[in-house]
Structures are given as C-alpha cells and as structure tokens.
Ligand binder design. Structure first.
Ligand code: FAD
Length: 478
C-alpha cells in the first residue's frame, strides 16, 4: 500500500460513479490522483460488496450520459457496442404515470439501459487508462488529516493488514456514497455539524434478471410503472440491458415491500398497477434468483451551508444526496457534479476558496432532483419526514396538473421529460407556453392500455398467448 499512496496530489475516496468521474477531472486539472477504494476489483464486472445497489436496475438518464461523454469521450459508444441500449424517450419506454400511460412519440430524450456493473467497469477501465490515476483497492478511508481551515489528506487503513497511514494530498474528495462519514470527519476537525433533510418512503426493491422470449428480444420497449400516491405505492421497471437480458426491479414502500421468494416475486409483479411486466416475465427465462434491497431514504446533506469550510475538501455523489432510486437520478447527479467540479476548477483555478465553490456548485446540481424526489414521495402516506409547507403543497398540486396534461398533450410530455431527465431546469415547467398547455382542459382521457405498436402486440401474443396487458379497454388499476 505504502508505494501507491505516495503518489497523489489529489485523493479521491471511493471508486464508484462519483469517485471515478471526479478522479478523471482532477487528473486532467491537477495532476496525479490516488483513488482509494474499500473493495478489491476482480477481472469480471460482477456486483461487488461496496455497491450492493448494483444488483438492481440502474438507468442512466440522458443528462448523466451526456456529462459522462463530455468527461470521457467515447464512453457511450463503448457501452452500446458492448450491448447497452440507447433508449429513446418516450418512444422506446412505456411509462405508466399516476395519471395514465404516457403518450408515445418520436424521441425527445434518451436513457442508457445496461447493468450497473457493466457501466461501472466501463468507466473504471476508461478512467484507469490515464496513467496519472492510481487505484488502490482493499483500503478503508477512516478520516481526514488536517485542521478546520485546511484538509491535508486522508486517514486510511489497509483492510488486509490493519495498517493505518496518512495519505497526504492537497485536495481530497469524499465519494464514499450513502454511507459517507463526512459529517463526523468534519466534526473531528472541529467544524460545525452539517444540516440534513430526510424524506423517507421506506422503499424496498426486489430484482431478477431474465432472458426474454425470442420474439421479444432487442426492440421491445422498456417499461416503467410508477407508483401512485393514491394507490398502494407499488412500482416496477423492466430495463433491457447488455447480453440480451432484462433486469426487472419491482418495489414497494414502507409496509409493502416485494417478497424475494420466487412465487411471491412473480405474484407481486403481476399485481403492479398494470399486469404488463408480470406477463412479460412469465414468458421469459429467469437467470438466477431474486435479490432484495432496502434502499436509503431521500437524504440531503447541506455541506454548502456551514460558515466555515476547509480548503482542500469536497463531498460528491450519494455522500451529498441520495434519492428514491425509482426516479433514476443518483448516477446522473454524480456525473453532473463531476462536470461542476471541472467547470469550477477551470473558472476559479486551484486557489483559496475553491473547495467551498465546488461544494456550492455540487449543492446546486442536486436541487431539482431533490425537489422532484422529496416532493413526490411526501405525497405518500407511508413517507416520514417534515410535513409539506404551503409552498410544497402548491408545487405538488401544479406537478399533479403537469402529470395530467403530460398524459394527453405531447408538448407537455416533452417538457416534463426534459425536466425529469435533468436536461432542463424544473422551472422550465412554469414557462408560459407549458403553463398554458397545463391549464387547458384535456380534450381526451389518458390511455388506459400501454401504447404498444401492432408488431409489439403481435410479439407479445407470440411470447405469451394469454397476455391481457395489451387488451383495449383494460383499466390501469384494474
Ligand atoms: C436499489 C437502487 C437502485 C438505483 N437505481 C438507480 C438508477 O436507476 N439510476 C441512477 O442514476 N441511480 C440509481 N441509484 C442510485 C445510484 O446507485 C447512486 O446514486 C450512485 O451509485 C452514486 O454513486 P457514488 O459514487 O456517489 O456512490 P457509490 O456508487 O455507492 O460508490 C461509493 C464507493 O465508495 C466505496 N466506499 C464506501 N465507503 C468507503 C470507505 N470508507 N473507504 C473506501 N471506499 C469506500 C464503496 O465501496 C463504493 O465503491 C440506485 C440506487 C439504489 C439503492
């Protein structure tokens, strides 16, 4: 360990999505970087202990994919060549919102469908091509070295030998994810406590991989069944991924988690707000067992608020903010924060005040995703957290109206998708043209059946002759 640890001018703690991208930015702008990771990496891209969430569906939204591409050009090509799906929205994903099926029309946004281990190993391989970056696996970050005004490195411990060391650095990034101890580490340097907001729907996931029936391979759309605040809070996503497979995650809120035994899982999937996912998996070949996971809450830590902030230290990724994963925002936020790190470094230079500026930019990057996730989750009775303020209630009422209009008016659907995928600010939904379309009385009711094309219905019938998911007239909640 000692040899590797001497090299970095910057140190990044945690080699997940945020850590890898931050390392790429720092190498480009500061020089040698040491990336410290608790896990050791094997040759294959199997899920690892430090990222238990990686067994579950992880979609990379267009904003995150564009940010990754900007930082590491060519990555999207590598992913799609390796079998990842570039899924046009809303064309290639059928989404059942609380208000009905989203209309399907030519692509306005996109997402990348692949397994999280494949995405991460692709990023890792790409980042480690840079000889200025050294990855040291099997090492725990245990604290910060320095004082309240200046972080001078990280305290680390070799997991195999138990040896501890101080890893000196001019710039330290904490990207250790949802379990980050940054607030405690900062307190250890004598800094004030960090404010935290928590809105917790108590979401639980269960996931299984499938090989689709041959008639449904490759071009069949992804499916997303969102939870309805007026219903039981169940949700599901079926995402095509590399290797001609589907990853199917189903979820429920506190008190209604999906079972992880085979029969229970299948039954739960069939009783989502619409049976389509259940019918599709009934026709598919299961690959391995069902895995469960209790997800972290929506938790936002306000590292941008304390009066005093040390030079040379920033916190990024899930360590700053975790979201209900059903909204698919976490990895994109990590990528957008890495872009913010790069832009702030370029604009401000490696000078006093840099860390504070980066931390504020990182906070701005989470703002809209936080408003979406916490606002939506606080509408469920299962959710714990602060009661919504009057302003929250007005926002939530408007969001509901946007959802209703988006289910029938493609212009509003497109505006909503731009905001949801973080390609446009949330405030863009208040632009006069959109607001006017939201207020107009809808001319028709939302679709009650998934907007499948004729060839897709034919493929579905081939795979599953008794499937009723595409029957006309079927009510989403029936
Ligand atoms: C069930 C589930 C589904 C999700 N689905 C989506 C989705 O569809 N789309 C999306 O964008 N996001 C999704 N997310 C969120 C996504 O997983 C995170 O937002 C993303 O991984 C954040 O990246 P990160 O690098 O901050 O943290 P992580 O990816 O968790 O990485 C943290 C790294 O730090 C390491 N580490 C931890 N502690 C230490 C330590 N003390 N010392 C050294 N190393 C340490 C860990 O081993 C890990 O490698 C989902 C999350 C869950 C729970």
């Amino acid at each position: 360990m000692a040899e590797d640890l001497k090299r970095g001018r910057a140190v990044v703690l945690g080699a997940g999505i945020a850590g890898l991208l931050a390392a790429a930015v720092l190498a480009e702008n500061l020089g040698p970087v040491t990336l410290v990771e608790r896990d050791r990496f094997d040759e294959d891209s199997a899920p690892r202990k430090g990222t238990p969430q990686a067994r579950h569906a992880h979609l990379l939204l267009g904003s995150g994919a564009r940010a990754v591409e900007e930082l590491l050009p060519g990555t999207l090509d590598t992913l799609t060549t390796g079998g990842a799906h570039n899924i046009g929205m809303p064309e290639q994903i059928l989404t059942l919102t609380p208000q009905g099926w989203m209309p399907r029309f030519a692509q306005v946004q996109f997402l990348i469908g692949c397994s999280r281990p494949f995405l991460e190993s692709t990023l890792r391989e790409r980042v480690l091509r840079d000889e200025r970056i050294t990855l040291v696996g099997g090492v725990d970050a245990t604290g910060l070295a320095g004082e309240a005004s200046q972080v001078r490195g990280a305290l680390v411990r070799d997991r195999a030998t138990g040896d501890s060391a101080v890893l000196e650095a001019e710039f330290v990034v904490d990207a250790t994810g949802a379990s980050s101890n940054a607030p405690r580490w900062l307190a250890g340097l004598g800094l004030a406590s960090v404010d935290e907001d928590v809105v917790d729907g108590g979401v639980g996931y269960a996931t299984r991989l499938y090989r689709p029936h041959p008639s449904l391979r490759r071009d069949f759309p992804a499916i997303c069944i969102q939870p309805d605040p007026d219903g039981d809070g169940r949700a599901g996503v079926l995402l095509p991924i590399e290797g001609d497979r589907w990853i199917v995650s189903i979820a429920g809120m506190r008190g209604g988690h999906p079972p992880t035994d085979e029969a229970g899982y299948v039954e739960f999937a069939g009783k989502l707000r619409h049976p389509l996912i259940g019918e599709l998996i009934a026709s598919a070949e299961p690959l391995g067992g069902v895995r469960g996971f209790r997800t972290p809450p929506n938790r936002r830590r306000h590292f941008e608020r304390p009066h005093h902030w040390p030079e040379g230290f920033v916190v990024l990724g899930d360590a700053v903010c975790t979201f209900n994963p059903l909204y698919g925002h976490g990895m994109s936020i990590a990528a957008l924060q890495a872009l913010a790190l790069r832009d702030t470094l370029r604009a401000h230079g490696f000078r006093a005040g840099l860390a504070r500026k980066v931390q504020r930019a990182a906070a701005r990057a989470v703002e809209d995703a936080w408003t979406l996730a916490s606002g939506q989750d606080s509408r469920f009775e299962q959710t714990t957290g602060p009661k919504p303020s009057l302003l929250d209630k007005i926002n939530s009422r408007y969001a509901e109206q946007v959802g209703k209009a988006a289910a029938v008016r493609p212009a509003v659907t497109a505006a909503l998708l731009d905001a949801y995928t973080l390609n446009a600010p949330l405030s863009s939904l208040l632009r006069p043209k959109t607001a006017f379309a939201v207020m107009l009385r809808p001319r028709r009711r939302p679709d009650s059946t998934p907007p499948l094309t004729r060839p897709e219905v034919a493929s579905l019938r081939l795979a599953s002759p008794r499937a009723r998911g595409a029957d006309p007239g079927r009510k989403p909640d029936a």
